[in-house]
Write a protein that binds this ligand. Structure first.
Ligand code: PMP
Ligand code: GLU
Length: 399
């Protein structure tokens, strides 16, 4: 007996796999520096932890509506209004088990078999897998370095066919760190408006931008808002990756389709996490103070990692958002380390982890086979140590 073709077509999440491997090596006593992490290395702030305890004390331990408590959905509406100039009602909001689950629900709700989803490349590795699970066809558009790895309106229009159903925009982008300016967003939005298509806008790194601010494509016009599913979550903004709280905002038809599907799969998100998330979003005083500190730390680490990579003489993409730097490794292809020939980013990352105890993510499954991704969600000491080890490793590569 065989497993389903649907399941056969799906690759496991490499980011989660490598992060888990690095964590296990550390737990086994090895001095690994992990630049693999796709999560902030800060504790969830105390005011949110306290709210979690309060939820238990108050007995918030029962089922909630599948789409989330009214309290949390109202807090999300407030957030979207204040931060993104987007007016939604709680009936437009679906709270899910992380933004990943929101993306899954979104594509399940809008894709029919064979529908095309335009994905600018490089892209976060889960997108094509989620699109395929929902029966869709990922269509990749290679972004260019001269455009800072951002898709242009022309490139988008060029990729549109009569099968196009969705444009998937990840702003700020994982893994490139690209952040779109308002005029770039406006040009993309104008292109979308000309065609019958949806936008899925993944804004999970919204709060982590440096040098420029974030603009939601949904705020461009009422037409765009009606056609856009905004996806966001608490994981990155409040360092709550393990709590599993994400959300989507969409027109009522889509939101209720997403909620119905969720009501038959996972039901509501953990009630304690929902309670704490509402506090996370509404206590702006504590929230903004935490964010300010975390963002300043990431910005300093971004500068440090870029400086160290510059000195190393390697080519990399300068990020304006999120907490990743993509480093080109193609010039090392064909070289050997300890007899092992490096033929790919995957080989480079494997050898680096095994011999230099530095974990990075190879970017083949991000649509960027010449690159590895370094996360700077790591302490400055670890950044220094890790780049030193990387430097020694590179110097030991032989023709
Ligand atoms: N979108 C992007 C671009 C991401 O990098 C991640 C990483 N976790 C997610 C969505 C999902 O985050 P979560 O499920 O933890 O909310
Ligand atoms: N999104 C993060 C990353 O890209 C976390 C891991 C995951 O969910 O894939 O590393």
């Amino acid at each position: 007996m065989e497993i389903a073709n649907r399941a056969k077509a799906i690759a496991p999440s490499l980011t989660l796999e490598i992060t888990a491997r690095a964590k296990k090596m550390k737990a086994d006593g090895m001095k690994v520096v992990s630049f693999a992490a796709g999560e902030p290395d800060f504790n969830t702030p105390d005011y949110i932890m306290d709210a979690g305890r309060e939820a238990l004390d108050k007995g918030c331990t029962k089922y909630t509506p599948a789409a989330g408590t009214l309290n949390l959905r109202s807090a999300i509406c407030e957030k979207l209004k204040n931060d993104n100039a987007l007016d939604y009602e709680p009936s437009n909001i679906v709270v899910s088990n992380g933004a990943k689950h929101s993306l899954f629900n979104a594509f399940m709700a809008i894709l029919d078999p064979g529908d095309e989803v335009i994905i600018p490349s490089p892209y976060w590795l889960s997108y094509p897998e989620i699109v395929k699970m929902a029966g869709g066809v990922p269509v990749f558009v290679q972004t260019k370095s001269e455009n800072s790895f951002k898709i242009t309106a022309d490139e988008l229009e060029h990729a549109i066919t009569d099968k196009t159903k969705v444009f998937l925009l990840n702003n700020p982008n994982n893994p490139t760190g690209a952040v779109y300016t308002r005029s770039e967003i406006n040009a993309l939005a104008a292109a979308v408006e000309k065609h019958k298509m949806y936008v899925v806008s993944d804004e999970i790194y919204e709060k982590l931008t440096y040098e420029r601010s974030h603009h939601s494509i949904a705020a461009y016009s009422d037409i765009l808002k009606e056609r856009t599913i905004v996806v966001n979550g608490l994981s990155k903004t409040y360092s709550m990756t393990g709590w599993r709280v994400g959300y989507a905002a969409a027109n009522e038809k889509i939101a209720s389709a997403m909620a119905s599907m969720q009501s038959h799969s996972t039901s509501n998100v953990n009630s304690i996490a929902q309670y704490a998330s509402a506090v996370a979003l509404t206590d702006r005083l504590h929230g903004d103070a935490f964010l300010e500190g975390m963002k300043a730390a990431f910005d300093a680490r971004r500068a440090l990692m870029m400086l160290r990579l510059q000195r190393l003489g390697v080519e990399f993409i300068e990020p304006k958002g999120a907490f990743y730097i993509m480093m080109s490794v193609s010039r090392f292809f064909g070289k050997r380390y300890d007899g092992m020939r490096i033929r790919s980013a995957f080989d480079f990352a494997s050898a680096l982890l095994e011999h230099a105890l530095v974990a990075v993510v190879p970017c083949e499954s991000f649509g960027a086979p010449d690159y590895v991704r370094l996360s700077y969600a790591a302490s400055e000491i670890d950044i220094e140590r890790g780049i030193n080890a990387l430097s020694t490793f590179i110097s030991q590569l032989k023709d």
